[in-house]
Every structure is written in C-alpha cells, then in structure tokens.
Design a protein around this ligand. Structure first.
Ligand code: NDP
Length: 328
C-alpha cells in the first residue's frame, strides 16, 4: 500500500471538516499523468475552500489545493515522461478533481504546463495561481493597447497575492503603478515592489459615481464590488480594466457610463479554464518579466500542517504577498 500525506475535506451533516491524513495512492482519481508534488501554495480560493466560506468544493472527500509544481512520476500521455518538471493551475483541482495538498496527484496531461527552465518548483509556487492570474491580467491590458506611455495603471488589493505580483510585473515593464491597499502600513512594501504611488482603499470604496475625474489608463482589480465600480468611473478615455477577483464582493454597482462615454473596456480574467496556449505564454512571460528576487522576498514557506491556519488568515485579508507549501 503506497500512501502519502494529504489535506482532505469531508462533508458532514453540520458542515465540512478538514483533516491531515494518510491517503492511499489507489484512491486517486483517473488521469494519464502521476506527479510527485513538491510545492503548492495558499491562494484566496484555497482559503474559501478550506474554511467552507464559499462552495468551492464540489466532490467529497476532496484533497484541497488548486495548484502545484512537481515532477512527473509516470505518464501515458504523449507530451510527458517521468522526470519532466511541471506546473498545474486550476482545471478544477481541489474543486472537482483531487487536489494539490498531497504527496502525489494524478491528472490529465493536457492540464500541465512545462516548468520554465530557469524556475524551481518553489519559485513557480511562490508565483502560484495568484501570480499567473496577475500575468494573464497584464497580458490582457497589453492586448487592449495599454502601454506604459498611456499613463498610470491602478492595482487594487495590492498587498495581496494577485496584487503584489501585478505591481511587481507592471513596474518591471515600465508602468507607473498606483497601488490601492486597505493596509497603509504596507506602503513601504508596495513601493519596494515598484509602486510609484500608494492610495488608501477608502478612496475607492465610496458610493461610485457614473463618471469621476479621469485618473488612470488601466487597472487590475482583485477586489470587485464598489472598488471595481469606482476604478471604472476613474479610468481615462479609451482605457481598460482587467477584473480578476472578488475579495471585496461579487457584485458590481456600476453604470454603463464609462463604457459608452469614455470607451473604457472591462476585461474578464479566468485562470481556471484558461486555454493551454495562453497559460504557456503566461508562464513564459513570468519567467522573463518578473523580478523573482522580489517574489522571493514576499514569500513565506509553511508545511501541510500549517495550511488550515493560513487559509483562515487569507480569507481575513491578513496575508501579505505569497505563501508556499512545502510538500516534499
Ligand atoms: P489575497 O487575500 O492575497 O489578496 C486579496 C486582497 O484584497 C487583500 O490582500 C486585500 O488587499 C484586498 N481585500 C481583502 N478584502 C477586502 C475588502 N473587503 N475590501 C477591499 N479590499 C479587500 O488573495 P489573492 O490575491 O490570492 O486573490 C485575490 C482575488 O483574486 C480573490 O478574490 C481571488 O478569488 C481572485 N482570484 C481570481 C482568479 C481568477 O482566475 N480570476 C485566480 C486567482 C485569484 P489590501 O490589504 O492591499 O487592501
């Protein structure tokens, strides 16, 4: 019997329970590639899943964890062989398919991206789904013609995972970044990542007006709700905003005024079902365009036994930067 440690979520009559347990390899789900998981990470969605705050998990028992990096142990998929270094984000991992907080994962080879040559498994998970989503958002702004010459860009939820990587990426690419945070004590941290200006979250949390003073050419929003509505109302003519999160709420109390009077675009970002070519491009760009020393400085490392506590902290907005989980 081959077993490994795993964090398993069970459903009970009075809610869900979470346990760190020995999991038998024979109970993994079908897939054509088995991966020895080396690192995972704690994303906001992992926090929602482990605390049960949102119905992320749709199969029980479930091994939690939405992303991992590791080494292929065995494969019947033509693209992969034993020893290949891989990274996986989303595709229902930790939601409908047994997830990443485990010594092994069995997945579809079509879900995997080759780990960039110069990146370690730990570095990939320091970036994690949060950082890969930030990269998708930056690429979306670029496709909309938002170049550094167009003016400043705003990042909301800036001290969180998506926000921190977005600030670092945009700054390295030459954008003047305005970082919005509810934690003014993190201003020095955000400037260290490359933010040109730090604004307080409350500037973007008042009742949104249809149109407000034009402030930025574009934005990456991890917060949603009133914050996104305010960001849109303050976006300059022809600008674009990439919406990727809901840390402040799922609603959007906005009007169409920015779209029809200022030709502002609102771009949706999804990392989970994102097509493979876009993922490969994003990981390639993360290899070339991200200052990994900055990511290393904002990353803390925990073990499987600490994941539940980290999950609680991330949904309370208490995590700065990124957390990696050492699996083996
Ligand atoms: P974090 O918890 O690390 O960051 C979220 C940040 O949002 C917090 O650090 C805080 O930033 C800010 N925030 C939290 N609560 C509130 C609030 N009530 N009002 C305003 N701001 C708030 O999470 P991640 O960075 O991992 O994820 C951010 C969001 O992106 C989440 O909603 C997540 O679900 C989503 N996401 C979406 C993906 C996709 O595919 N679309 C993929 C990955 C994440 P500060 O303290 O600086 O204000």
């Amino acid at each position: 019997m081959a077993t490994f440690k795993a964090i398993v979520i069970d459903k009970a009559a009075d809610g869900q329970s979470v346990r760190l347990t020995d999991f038998d390899e024979k109970d993994l789900m079908d897939g054509d590639v088995t991966v020895a998981v080396e690192y995972s990470t704690v994303n906001y969605k992992d926090g929602l899943a482990l605390t049960g705050k949102a119905p992320v998990v749709r199969r029980f028992p479930m091994i939690a964890g939405v992303d991992f990096a590791g080494t292929v142990e065995s494969s019947s998929h033509p693209a992969w062989k034993a020893g290949d270094k891989v990274v996986l984000n989303g595709w229902g991992l930790g939601e409908t398919h047994l997830g990443a907080y485990a010594g092994k994962a069995r997945v579809k080879g079509d879900w995997l991206v080759r780990l960039p040559a110069s990146m370690s498994a730990r570095e990939a998970m320091a970036i994690g789904t949060a950082g890969y989503t930030a990269m998708l958002a930056v690429m979306a702004l670029e496709r909309s013609g938002i170049t550094p010459a167009r003016g400043p860009v705003i990042v909301t939820g800036a001290a969180g995972g998506v926000g921190s990587v977005a600030v670092a990426l945009l700054a390295k690419l030459g954008y003047a970044v305005t970082a919005s945070t509810g934690r003014p004590a993190e201003a020095a941290y955000l400037k260290g990542l490359g933010a040109a200006e730090v604004v307080e979250r409350k500037e973007l949390s008042g009742q949104p007006r249809p149109l407000a003073k034009e402030r930025w050419a574009g934005g990456i929003d991890a917060v949603g709700s009133t914050t996104l509505a305010n960001v849109l109302s303050m976006t300059r003519y022809g600008g674009a905003v990439a919406a990727c999160g809901l840390a402040g709420g799922m609603d959007l109390p906005a009007t169409v005024a920015p779209f029809i009077l200022r030709a502002v675009s609102l771009i949706g970002i999804d990392s989970v079902m994102c097509p493979l070519p876009l993922r490969q491009e994003a990981w390639g760009r993360l290899e070339s365009d991200l200052d990994r020393a900055k990511i290393a400085a904002m990353t803390s490392e925990i073990e499987l036994a600490d994941v539940v506590d980290a999950a609680r902290r991330i949904v309370q907005g208490q995590v700065r930067g990124r957390i990696v989980v050492k699996i083996r």
